[in-house]
Design a protein around this ligand. Structure first.
Ligand SMILES: [Zn+2]
Length: 381
């Protein structure tokens, strides 16, 4: 830049910068499909949140995807600053819903909630979505990454605009990376849940364990031949083969070094996400551990290059556990988790993570995950 400035007159340079600013495309955001994906997953991980809607889902999802008839693709309205930022727009909508005035019918209410959740997700956009153009947002966002989506509660408080803005800003906490993107997506899903929980439930709420959702970079395969077209002998042979390969799975005590298959396919302890940000001394890390095993992971350490940082406590069987730590700046790059799998029994305690005994696999290969199209679990390798 210095070289350029020395050869080009200052005024011409300023004019050039101004022209490029004027020509820059407007800020982009989550597109309608991503908005729909976020809200569908929010309802999937929280039956309590779903109980705030209960009817008129068609109008609800129409508003989730396109709340603004003058900006259907959400290219102009998203803004994170000023008095009309996404958090303020969402807070006004939430207060209107709580007040109950101006909501003439069940359909109008569903539409208003859908519109609210759209703006809430806009408040939780990561840098990658803010900067992307429509054509390039998906390739880096939905590829080569595992998204773990599960319930992490951060109840809203009044004033709602401040609360939504503060939680949404966390989506931009770290330096952009695949982990930052999955972190921001999960944050948007949970912020949608917490926003719904600020509304009164309609009727009874069926409480029950919600599944953890894993979105992996795998395209759905063509459906397998129907079991009815296979002979009984062939089916028995296939079951025996699966059982034999499950037994031959190697012990998971070693460090998690395989990065080519998603952690859902491999037993043991995994670091599925690590969001980093430079700090005064080293690098701050927010990471997510997944213990894909029936035992507890103990003696947990995060390794990167020559250093290993011990993590106090353990990770419960099949649990997801968020951790925060600091690593030396030289460690930045590929981090891994190591641990020892040890037989254990409940209760595990909240500090051992969020148990996810049941899980749903979705595809995040190229498009936002769709809860309506679960992937089949891969047989043990
Ligand atoms: Zn929007």
């Amino acid at each position: 830049m210095k070289k350029l400035a020395s050869r080009v007159p200052r005024a011409a340079l300023a004019a050039g910068i101004l022209a490029s600013l004027l020509a820059a495309p407007p800020a982009r955001a989550w597109d309608p499909e991503t908005h729909t994906s976020i809200v569908r997953l929010a309802l999937a991980i929280s039956p309590e949140a779903d109980a705030r809607i209960r009817s008129n889902y068609e109008g609800f999802y129409a508003a989730v995807a396109a709340p603004d008839p003058f900006d259907k693709k959400c290219t102009v309205h998203p803004t994170l600053e000023g008095s009309r930022d996404a958090a303020s727009t969402a807070a006004v909508a939430l207060e209107q819903l709580l007040g109950g005035k101006m909501i003439a019918s069940a359909d109008a209410r569903a539409h208003a909630i859908g519109r609210l959740l759209h703006y809430v997700a806009d408040a939780a956009m990561p840098e990658a979505a803010l900067r992307a153009t429509t054509s390039d947002v998906y390739d880096p966002y939905w590829a080569g990454n595992t998204f773990a989506v599960f319930r992490e509660s951060r109840p809203l408080s009044r004033p709602f605009a401040d609360s939504i803005r503060a939680i949404g800003a966390d989506a931009r906490w770290g330096t952009d990376s695949p982990s930052t993107r999955s972190y921001a997506y999960r944050l948007a899903v949970n912020l949608a849940v917490d926003t719904l929980l600020a509304l009164p439930a309609v009727g009874e709420v069926k409480a029950g364990p919600a599944p953890a959702i894993f979105c992996i970079d795998r395209r759905p395969k063509a459906p397998p031949p129907s079991a009815r077209t296979q002979s009984l002998a062939a089916r028995v042979k296939a079951i025996k083969e699966r059982a034999a390969s499950a037994k031959s799975t190697p012990p998971p005590d070693a460090a998690d070094t395989d990065t080519t298959t998603p952690p859902t396919d491999r037993p043991g302890l995994h670091l599925v996400e690590w969001v980093t940000r430079p700090a005064a001394s080293g690098t701050e890390v927010r990471a997510l551990l997944y213990n894909n095993d029936e035992r507890c992971a103990e003696q947990v350490a995060i390794t990167g290059g020559p250093s290993a940082i011990g993590v106090p406590g353990r990770v419960a069987p099949r649990a997801l556990r968020s951790i925060a730590l600091a690593v030396p700046a030289s460690t930045a790059g590929m981090l891994r988790a190591a641990g020892r799998e040890v037989a254990c029994a409940p209760p595990y305690g909240a500090e051992a993570g969020t148990p996810a005994p049941s899980r749903v696999l979705l595809s995040s290969a190229g498009r936002p995950p769709d809860i309506e199209k679960p992937l089949a679990e891969a047989p043990p390798q």
